[in-house]
Design a protein. Structure first.
Length: 358
């Protein structure tokens, strides 16, 4: 059975979906990118064998962050870059989740909601750090808007080194097995998030008194690359989870975390499947991965070497053997040489447009 692709589902179901639903400009562009990905509409890459000279062409990908076929190489390159900033200390993994009563805001004011979410959770952590007379924390966090069944489940994964920098730039390790009590974090996070939304004149529905903040066990540097790969660059749906589809139904696998992580199957109508997928399209230019504190892009290059110099345990080296950032394709003709990138062949429409303009 050939592999199933999201583009095939959109190709069959999107025309009917558009008759019933109105796409935003960003959703329309994402669908156009996914449908054109690796079809030749975006052009071709020309590759040549360094041994026998044999040439091959491969269809260009769309490189859209919402496309499930375009994140593999970008993920590995990003992880390799982040690995250069890892510290030889444990990391805390926290998850801040918004109540589903706020999901509606993501449909008409997503930028406001997501910016308030990032701002509120960082202010919450800094409030606790100040209360405990700790210094500046560091954090890498990523926004997820989906659950396993593609429902809207807005939450942020946070990876935080177990330590802080004081005003004298001295490293203060955190030796406890947790960062801060989750119940207290939940209360403060709720208050700051509500205040941030009210400051933006957002009308709020009735909200639950308790919000979910989850803290996982410590993650050590040799495990962190796995966490980075799992939580940062992945999209709402991996195509390997697709089981089958027809003109009216789509069936896929999902993991039910509430039922002991059992793998289950869900069948949705074609329109409902497309609706669920497109609700996770982020606003154009929105940064879903962010760095704060001493891991912020503006200061990390200075502060990370400073922290490493003060850490006593430098024996925990991070294995980078499995992080591959370059493509190595063996020639299909001689089976000995490697293919080397030569040029981009533009699609025919762009070639004709270029001739007309000249």
């Amino acid at each position: 059975m050939p592999p199933l692709h999201l583009a095939d589902i959109l190709s069959q179901g999107l025309p009917h979906y558009q008759q019933q639903h109105r796409l935003t400009r960003q959703q329309y562009q994402v669908c156009a990118h996914i449908l054109a990905c690796r079809t030749g509409q975006l052009g071709y890459q020309q590759w040549r064998c360094d041994q026998c000279g044999h040439e091959e062409q491969f269809s260009c990908s769309c490189r859209d962050r919402h496309c499930p076929r375009c994140q593999g190489q970008a993920t590995q390159a990003w992880i390799a870059k982040q690995a250069m900033s890892l510290l030889p200390c444990p990391y805390f993994h926290l998850v801040f989740t918004l109540p589903h009563e706020l999901n509606l805001i993501a449909h008409y004011a997503p930028n406001v909601l997501y910016h308030c979410l990032f701002k509120s959770l960082w202010q919450t952590l800094m409030t606790f750090a100040a209360h405990r007379h700790q210094g500046q924390l560091g954090m890498t966090c990523v926004l997820h808007t989906w659950g396993q069944n593609l429902s809207q489940h807005i939450h942020v994964h946070c990876l935080i080194p177990a330590g802080s920098l004081n005003r004298q730039s001295q490293w203060q390790p955190i030796t406890k097995g947790y960062l801060y009590p989750v119940k207290a974090l939940s209360t403060v996070f709720r208050g700051k998030m509500i205040a941030a939304l009210k400051a933006q004149s957002i009308a709020l529905p009735s909200l639950p008194a308790t919000w979910c903040v989850y803290s996982k066990a410590c993650v050590y540097p040799h495990q962190l690359l796995h966490y980075l790969a799992r939580y940062t660059r992945k999209g709402a749906l991996s195509e390997s989870r697709l089981v089958n589809y027809n003109a009216s139904r789509v069936r896929f696998r999902y993991k039910d975390y509430r039922d002991n992580n059992k793998t289950k199957f869900m069948t949705l109508s074609m329109d409902e499947f497309i609706r669920r997928y497109l609700q996770h399209v982020l606003p154009k230019g929105f940064m879903r991965i962010r760095h704060y504190g001493f891991l912020a892009n503006a200061c990390r290059n200075k502060r990370i070497p400073l922290i490493r110099a003060q850490c006593r345990d430098l024996t925990d080296k991070i294995a980078m053997d499995n992080v591959e950032t370059k493509l190595h394709w063996v020639c299909s003709h001689c089976h000995q040489g490697q293919l080397i990138f030569v040029a981009i062949v533009l699609p025919l429409t762009q070639q004709i447009r270029g001739l007309d303009s000249s």
